[in-house]
Design a protein around this ligand. Sequence first.
Ligand code: XUL
Ligand code: CO
Length: 433
Amino acid sequence: MTGYFDGIPAIRYEGPQSTNEFAFRWYNPDEIVMGKRMEDQLRFAVAYWHSFAYQGGDPFGGQTFERPWFGDGMAKARLKADAAFELFDILGAPFYAFHDADMRPEGATFAESKRNLDEMVDYIAGKQATHKARLLWGTANMFTNRRWMSGAATNPDPDVYAYAAATVKANLDATHKLGGANYVLWGGREGYETLLNTDLGAERAHAGRFLQQVVEYKHKIGFKGAILIEPKPQEPSKHQYDFDVATVYGFLKDFGLEGEVQLNIEQGHAILAGHTFEHEIALASALGIFGSIDMNRNDYQSGWDTDQFPNNHAEKALAFYEILKAGGYTTGGTNFDAKLRRQSLDAEDLVLGHVGGMDTCARALKCAAALLESGELEAIRKDRYAGWNGKAAEDMLKGTLEAAAARVTAEGIEPQPRSGRQERLENLWNRYL
Ligand code: XUL
Ligand code: CO
């Protein structure tokens, strides 16, 4: 026991009337929602980096948090893992996610970093054996260290490509060993700052070949989890290649990977790309590449990735509606890629940030499930497209442009617009919130 969370009880479901801060009002793991336990529908994951490695810095100031596990060396890394599993236990979280850099100290050489990683993987495998939480996904941090400043797989220097290959290989091996359900690639530095020094075509080709190599290696070692790309349009790079769902789909098609790679969609990234979260989820599911989500919001005024816990169930219900409509998660889950505000110093803040996020998502899930199960919205949507069920419409898609055109005079077609009924549908939504 680290003692860090002393005095904080394990969080239990007490129902919406409870006034106990340290209780769930909506998240009731065993409650059945659309045929599955809520815990299995939501598949919550705690992010190791924000919850245990983030020190409270912002561009204007450094560390504000004090944690007993901050510092160098393997003893601190083990203490951090102990505290992490204590938090997972307190929350009853079924999953967690990590980057190599979150859980092991950086070594002076690649070999030393790898040794540290392997040691920590063994240590964490031991924790998994005695605790509930499992690995939702592992990933490599290829953006913090200065070696990555001009990219990883897209770096102009082939030695950095090799270093990226060694890094992803080590992390995929680690994720495989820990029984991870997925492996994530977020290309924070896979982009550019200025075209004046960038060969965009070459960088994109290298990124495509790199991803093919990752997929080949996954099959070679028998990793059954999904490989997930996490789109983000910019930040830290001015322009990132994995801009949004549509861009990544084009990229996957180009490199023959659309059947191999799925997406990890983050709400804040969707907003930065000028989309809604639900748009990105709906598009990925329509394209057959939906995998998982990072559930963290941005501040709508600030215009950058503030990684805050969700606190608005009405907004999140739209996202969960799309996830449920797509059939729910398979290997994916709801990862809180969310950090505390830098003034939120206490152990209680860390616990309650997650409690609020979990409750917000559980409430959103229940609203979404109720509307989906009622069939009300789907019936109206179906009716809107009902014209496409007839034979004439079907034949038109199979035929030529001239044949479609000929219908207009032959059948005397003069289209009659029908209401899209947006306000009525918004009112319908509100009844379920
Ligand atoms: C950065 C971000 C990352 C990825 C994992 O914006 O979302 O934390 O989720 O590398
Ligand atoms: Co993320």
